[in-house]
Design a protein around this ligand. Structure first.
Ligand SMILES: *Cc1c(COP(=O)(O)O)cnc(C)c1O
Length: 718
């Protein structure tokens, strides 16, 4: 997800943080006042490094995810930067006699893993380790537990840092810390210090979407919270200093709320993303100790030590200037000379789907509003969420508070759990009874497709939750509604827990008198069965009947769920369908590509396989790199389909190939190579609705959409 876009506030604060860190290492006020220096560098500047951790956490840590690829990329990148920084400082290490001691190996290992080979480099291994720990905690536990665990680590670190004086003398505890200090110099590291800030960052990012407050209120609350916790931290630090409790001064109890509130307020500032600031702030951080050395050497050579070294304020300003200047020069050189191939493709190089998550959210709300009050939306996300991408769709719905999902297969259900979906998940289709243990492990609810299936599941002796499907006339899956005895028997089973009872309507999409009568019959048979069960003393589980058209045409049924699929994606199945409720549903998906080639074809020449198109005049033909293997139906060949380019509608000519198709642009002279082509959906005046495309191909939107995407892979999310 594109969370990195436009957090201007964060980007600028990175630079400010880097300048505060320079202050920590140069003590600007030391020649003025020692208390002032303590307050500035040992307290007021302490937010800076945790702010970096929290920023990384904000963009990296999430309870949702397909796999660990992002974490691995982050750790690799951090390790590469660390390696480069170690090499950069090797001369300084050699000059300082770092390798001169008797047996440097153990110290080197400690430094590499925890403390850094130079005093400021601990940040990089801490960042990699903190990210990995936070990632693991958040994926394994819910946020509350993950935060608790990370905060306990922080507390443990606190007693090895600025609260050490308190535990030092306690028998046992003091010993543990002394043992730990053989492994690393400080508890301010990736194990104790960093994780809590990474987790907090992820927590804010995942919650942000459904934050109840406006950004302005967040800013005000954040600033108040920051002010209060900063004051508390200052008091805390001065007390600790007064009583000589501190072994080190990086960690305070109130540092955690302080950084949290600061980060929250800074999220208020959004806008264009400044390009270089992220790299620049990292560079300033990495090179400033080098610049301190350079400045000292230069001052000595120029005999300016009095001004540039001994005057702590000028010294600080000079180091800042040198670091930012050198960093800027490096960034500009890199931008100019870097190989072009390092641009990452944005997934739009051939054909892609564009998914409007705002419209998805809108549809979910509109559908929920159309239901009776006690009824809940069960989002049907089978078949990659009808071709929209199950990961993004399910995650977004989970974020906005949808609590029930339906998948077609157990493997789809397991994938949803691995993505981080917490709500109920109902498997609508058949699952081998032998996979009962997986149903239990991933907390999935299985549809009981008939009475024998219930027996087979029961024989597995694994506790599983099920919804019993009742056949009221569709004659696909389900136990016939008349077989009350067999249905009641399932309620009495030992291992099977009946959580739901449902049926499926087979012609709720049509409003002819016969179809309406048939549907009413289905509904009556279902409610009659419920009455019998109740009369026999069986407490009713959750019940549901309607899918999209069920809701649109029979909105008043008393149910606990509506299983909405196609309507959630903002379209009807066919363009001519009329429904009782006419809701403001907005299409979520667009299929787009671009013109990659325009060629001239003389009158009488043919285009494509089978020579199915012959030009009746001298023509201009545009080639579009999308074909039936991408899910664009071959039935739309030879003028059956058309595509939108700018304000033009141009017909598909010849036969659609597996990977590309041709359109006639003779009458649209302004179409050029590189122009965006919309095949389904789009926005503005020139929209091509999915139902119309499906209809032209002799199918319904459901099939058209769910077959998209196999090869395109990457989608663009709005
Ligand atoms: C696919 C499916 C749905 C969703 O149907 P839509 O018409 O897309 O809303 C609902 N119930 C069952 C049993 C399904 O298989």
């Amino acid at each position: 997800m594109n969370r990195g876009k436009g957090y201007t506030g964060i980007e600028y604060l990175r630079i400010v943080a880097a300048l505060f860190i320079i202050a920590i290492h140069t003590s600007p006020l030391s020649s003025v006042s020692s208390t002032g220096d303590f307050i500035l560098t040992r307290v007021a500047a302490r937010w800076a490094v945790p702010f970096f951790f929290m920023t990384s956490g904000y963009f990296l840590i999430s309870r949702y995810g397909r796999d660990a690829a992002e974490l691995i990329r982050f750790v690799k990148h951090t390790v590469v930067v660390y390696g480069a920084a170690i090499l950069l400082y090797l001369p300084v290490n050699l000059y300082n006699g770092y390798f001169d001691r008797e047996n440097p190996a153990p110290q080197l290992v400690r430094d590499l893993i925890f403390d850094g080979t130079m005093y400021h480099l601990w940040y990089l291994p801490a960042s990699a380790m903190g990210a990995a720990i936070a990632w693991y905690l958040v994926r394994r536990l819910d946020y509350r537990k993950a935060l608790t665990a990370a905060f306990l680590l922080y507390l443990a670190g606190l007693f090895g840092d600025s609260y050490y004086g308190i535990v030092q003398g306690i028998p046992g505890v003091g010993g543990i810390y002394r043992f730990l200090f053989q492994l690393f110099d400080h508890t301010r590291n990736g194990l104790f210090f960093a994780p809590v800030f990474f987790v907090l960052g992820g927590c804010l990012a995942d919650r942000g979407v459904r934050d109840r407050y406006s950004r302005r209120v967040c800013l005000e609350n954040g600033l108040c919270g920051f002010g209060v916790s900063f004051a508390l931290m200052l008091g805390e630090a001065l007390l600790l200093r007064l009583f000589h409790v501190q072994r080190h001064d990086s960690m305070y109890l109130f540092l955690v709320p302080c950084v949290y509130f600061l980060f929250r307020s800074i999220l208020y500032f959004r806008g264009r993303r400044p390009r270089y600031l992220k790299t620049l702030s990292l560079l300033v951080y990495l090179i400033h100790p080098m610049m301190i050395v350079v400045l000292r050497l230069a001052a000595k050579a120029l005999r300016l030590q009095g001004l540039l070294v001994e005057n702590s304020i000028f010294h600080y300003l000079a180091v800042c200037l040198l670091s930012v200047g050198t960093g800027l020069a490096a960034v500009i050189l890199w931008e100019r000379w870097r190989p072009l191939g390092t641009e990452r493709p944005d997934g739009r190089d051939r054909a892609y789907t564009e998914i409007d998550l705002g419209n998805l959210e809108h549809n979910a709300r509109v559908l929920q509003k159309a239901m009776p009050p006690q009824c809940r939306l069960m989002a049907v996300v089978k078949a990659e969420a009808y071709g929209h991408g199950a990961f993004e769709i399910a995650v977004h719905l989970d974020r906005i508070g949808v609590k029930a999902f339906a998948a077609a297969t157990i493997d789809e259900g397991i994938r949803l759990r691995k993505y981080g979906i917490r709500g109920e998940i109902l498997i609508l289709g058949y699952t081998e009874a032998g996979r009962a243990a997986e149903l239990k492990k991933y907390n999935l609810m299985q549809t009981v497709i008939d009475a024998d299936y219930a027996d087979a599941l029961e024989r597995q002796k694994v506790e599983v939750k099920v919804h019993i499907k009742i056949d009221t006339g569709m004659h696909r899956l389900g136990i016939p509604a008349a077989e009350c005895g067999r249905i009641e028997r399932i309620f009495a089973m030992k291992y099977i827990h009946v959580c739901g009872l449902f049926t499926h309507l087979c012609c709720a999409d049509r409003l002819t008198p016969e179809d309406t009568a048939f549907t009413k019959g289905q509904i009556d048979r279902f409610y009659d069965l419920l009455a019998v069960l109740q009369a026999d003393g069986i407490p009713l589980p959750k019940i549901h009947i309607q899918s999209s058209y069920g809701l649109l045409n029979y909105p008043d049924l008393r149910c606990d769920y509506v299983r909405a699929g196609i309507a959630l994606y903002g379209v009807l199945s066919s363009p001519r369908d009329k429904t009782l409720l006419e809701l403001d549903l907005r299409p979520v998906l667009s299929l787009k590509s671009k013109v990659v080639l325009i060629r001239s074809v003389g009158k009488g020449e043919s285009v494509g396989y089978g020579r199915a198109f012959t030009a009746q005049r001298d023509s201009r033909i545009a080639i579009v790199p999308v074909g039936y293997a991408d899910g664009f139906p071959r039935n739309l060949s030879c003028g059956q389909g058309c595509v939108a380019v700018g304000e033009h509608r141009v017909p598909v000519i010849g036969r659609i190939c597996m990977d590309q198709l041709a359109v006639d642009v003779t009458d649209a002279r302004d179409i050029a190579v590189g122009d965006t082509v919309t095949l389904i959906g789009g926005s503005g005046d020139n929209v091509i609705p999915a139902p119309a495309v499906a209809c032209a191909a002799g199918s319904i939107s459901n099939e058209l959409l769910s077959r998209l995407g196999g090869r395109m892979g990457s989608s663009v999310f709005l």
